[in-house]
Design a protein around this ligand. Structure first.
Ligand code: BG6
Length: 494
């Protein structure tokens, strides 16, 4: 991040230089749902470079022509964008769109389109290449980018999952570095682009109040819970190769854990943040198959494209521990799954109970001595709540559950916020690595995963629309998953 702001550790983003974006997989699911609507939003918000072009690319089979691609992009914006393509923003955006098919062995049409666009733009133009393709296509495309010179001087954004184990991640890093210097590689994990995730850093390090209790002396356990209602939604080919652990845990959930557990970085820049996240990963104990529950929703093997005898997991719950002075003995309980009861991104820090027993369960209206919890809800509408107990009005002293709540939507103008992919696309254009993941960290996470990958437990069946197999509840007992909230919500959830 380039610092132009006031605080010594704070950085502000500069405007991107003129840019040529090449998106491989431009007619695929990710481009349609996130990248193209995201770029349109950046353009509408005045956050694209003064001059840019976006060239979509993909296999020649059903490659659209330029008009066909523009129509595809417009439909994607109308279906998945935050606002429709209207209001005068579409025409100028559409004028910057082109499509050129390419295969690793037949890249000529793309090379021609790139030359044309760069000549049109003139002057100094940065090239940004985005690989929004299935992982098994990464290497062939990267080699083609090297042999054709398309990758020369360009930045590369690469999607997850980055490898499927330590050896493949290392091999992929080797292939990338044969064409791109490390500082031109952007390994994306869109969770790190979410406003509410970055707010964890702001909350921890921008306030004196919480950091002093952010440790094993005060925290009993931490939960990172990302259930999803959606099932694999036609992504069988991807999911059969990936499964929930590789799709969500080794990526999104572990990176959230890195933000939650890290020591204060000296600055909010890429080097300091990466260093601290990597230290957490170094201190993590390996994933223990005996403290991991895998699940598969009933009906998964009947999904089109899924093997009838598939043992791919659609649910994971596991306990991780960090072997350092701050966190020794504090279980980090992680859970995610498809086809569950709710879609949420909920982080809960449960505090140790008050040492002095002035008030027991009989003094509480609920009949239970509920501990203090700090709850980050990262899904929209994002919020932060602290639960505590307060005296219920009356002639005796009885305690009731109460809370302090912060709701993003009530406090800030949501329109100023960027969605995860928008933020990260903008950062890649400006050359800011801060919120991207690093080779060393990713390799360490695969190293930690080795025991589980070598000896995965058999996935337990669970009902669609449920909270996963009962084994996941037993795994963390006597603690309980914070979700689901009791019927009608917890008292502080307004
Ligand atoms: C993607 C996974 O990276 O993240 C998907 O491949 C998952 O399986 C998605 O559904 C969740 O992202 P979000 O931002 O919708 O929570």
């Amino acid at each position: 991040m380039t610092t132009t702001g006031t605080g010594p550790g704070v950085a502000h983003s500069p405007a991107p230089q003129d840019q040529l974006l090449i998106i491989f997989g431009a007619t695929g699911d990710l481009a349609q749902r996130k990248l193209l609507p995201g770029l349109f939003h950046l353009a509408a918000a005045g956050m694209m470079p003064a001059r840019y072009r976006i060239i979509g690319s993909g296999l020649p089979d059903d490659a659209p022509d330029t008009d066909g691609f523009r129509a595809h992009v417009r439909a994607a914006i109308d279906e998945y964008g935050r606002a429709g393509s209207g209001a005068g923003n579409w025409e100028p955006f559409a004028a910057n769109l082109d499509f050129a098919p390419a295969t690793p062995t037949e890249p000529q049409a793309l090379l021609d389109a790139v030359n044309r666009a760069e000549q049109d733009l003139g002057g100094k133009v940065q090239r940004l290449i985005y690989l929004a393709v299935p992982p098994d296509a990464f290497v062939a495309i990267v080699q083609m980018l090297g042999s054709t010179g398309l990758g020369a001087g360009a930045k590369l954004v690469i999607e997850k999952p980055f490898g499927h184990d330590l050896a493949s991640a290392k091999a992929l890093n080797g292939e990338l570095r044969a064409v791109f210097e490390e500082d031109r590689i952007y390994r994306i994990d869109h969770f790190l682009g979410k406003e509410a995730v970055q707010n964890i850093l702001a909350f921890r390090f921008g306030n004196g109040l919480f950091e002093s209790v952010w440790n094993a002396d005060h925290i009993d356990h931490v939960q990172i819970d990302v259930p999803e209602r959606l099932n694999i939604e036609g992504r069988a080919e991807f999911y059969e190769q990936t499964g929930a652990y590789r799709d969500m845990v080794v990526t999104h959930l572990f990176h959230l854990l890195g933000f939650l557990a890290m020591e204060a970085p000296t600055r909010l820049d890429a080097a300091s943040l990466h260093e601290q996240a990597e230290r957490v990963f170094q201190a993590l104990n390996p994933v223990d198959p005996d403290r991991t529950i895998l699940g598969q929703y009933v009906g998964y093997t009947a999904e089109p494209g899924v093997a009838a005898d598939s043992t791919v997991e659609t649910f994971v719950a596991l306990i991780m521990e960090i072997d350092n002075p701050r966190w020794a003995g504090v279980p980090f309980q992680l859970r995610t799954g498809k086809a569950m009861a709710q879609s949420r991104h909920t982080i809960t820090l449960t505090f140790i109970k008050a040492p002095q027993h002035l008030f027991g369960p009989a003094d509480c209206t609920s009949g239970q001595e509920t501990p203090n919890e700090l709850i980050f809800e990262l899904s929209d509408p994002a919020s932060i709540s602290i639960s505590f107990r307060a005296k219920a009005p009356g002639a005796d002293i009885r305690l009731d559950d109460a809370s302090l709540n912060f709701h993003y939507a009530d406090s800030f103008t949501a329109a100023h916020g960027l969605l995860g992919y928008e933020r990260l696309l903008h950062d890649a254009m400006t050359g800011d690595h801060t919120l991207f993941t690093q080779a060393g960290g990713i390799e360490r996470l695969w190293e930690l995963s080795a025991p589980l990958l070598a000896r995965p437990p058999v996935p337990l069946p669970y009902r669609q629309g449920s909270w996963g197999p009962a084994g996941a509840d037993r795994l963390i007992a006597p603690a309980r998953w914070h979700l689901p909230e009791p019927r009608g919500g917890r008292p502080w959830q307004s």
